[in-house]
Design a protein around this ligand. Structure first.
Ligand SMILES: Cc1cc2nc3c(=O)[nH]c(=O)nc-3n(C[C@H](O)[C@H](O)[C@H](O)COP(=O)(O)O)c2cc1C
Length: 183
């Protein structure tokens, strides 16, 4: 069983990274092979809103922009389950998470038999500042997962004040997601 995690902070040793590691540690404990992708290291452009607003994404389920998007999407498609961990920026996704998920959502609308529908996912919003905007960020994640028909295993908010005890929660979420797939 494969679980891939996407993390959207430029910091390799920050809150987002440690939460991503915690979810994957839980998944690994349940027997999954895990892999982490740092989205800031990938070249993923914003959606070009081709044509009158739709292009191959809708017709055929792929994106015409040639960058690291297709390869990153493939990693999610090939996994049995996935994890999305974003830092909270201005109450929203970080920019690299937004760029990737905007295009992912579009391609899923047009996907023919290889969409993310029904694929289990854990989503985490990591707010390392005031903690303001954590709920709106998680709401955006909820809408994203709803649009792509994901099987949401859990949606978790983490702030500076809750980080200590929430690391255990995200680890448990990763473990529970994999155990549910095995059952
Ligand atoms: C551009 C920017 C906007 C931010 N906006 C918020 C915010 O709205 N709420 C909040 O709690 N923290 C905010 N932060 C702090 C991040 O959530 C914090 O850096 C986050 O934990 C990511 O930490 P990491 O890079 O160590 O993973 C912001 C940080 C940046 C760089």
């Amino acid at each position: 069983m494969k679980v891939v995690a996407l993390h959207g902070s430029p910091n390799v040793d920050g809150l987002t990274a440690s939460l991503t590691e915690a979810v994957l540690a839980g998944a690994s404990e349940a027997g999954a092979a895990t892999n982490m992708i740092q989205l800031t290291e990938r070249e993923i452009a914003h959606c070009g809103q081709c044509g009158n607003g739709w292009h191959k994404c809708r017709e055929e389920g792929w994106c015409v922009i040639e960058d690291d998007f297709a390869q990153t999407r493939k990693a999610v498609l090939n996994a049995d389950a996935w994890v999305l961990v974003t830092p909270v920026y201005f109450g929203e996704f970080s920019e690299c998470v937004k760029a990737f998920t905007d295009r992912l959502r579009r391609c899923n609308v047009g996907a023919r038999g290889e969409g993310l529908n029904g694929k289990p996912v854990v989503g985490v919003a990591a707010a390392g500042g005031s903690g303001g905007g954590t709920a709106t960020c998680l709401l955006a994640m909820d809408r994203l997962f709803s649009h792509i028909g994901a099987d949401v295993a859990d949606l978790i908010t983490v702030t500076r004040r809750s980080a200590e005890y929430k690391h255990a929660a995200v680890r448990a979420a990763g473990k529970a997601m994999v155990e549910a797939m095995k059952a």
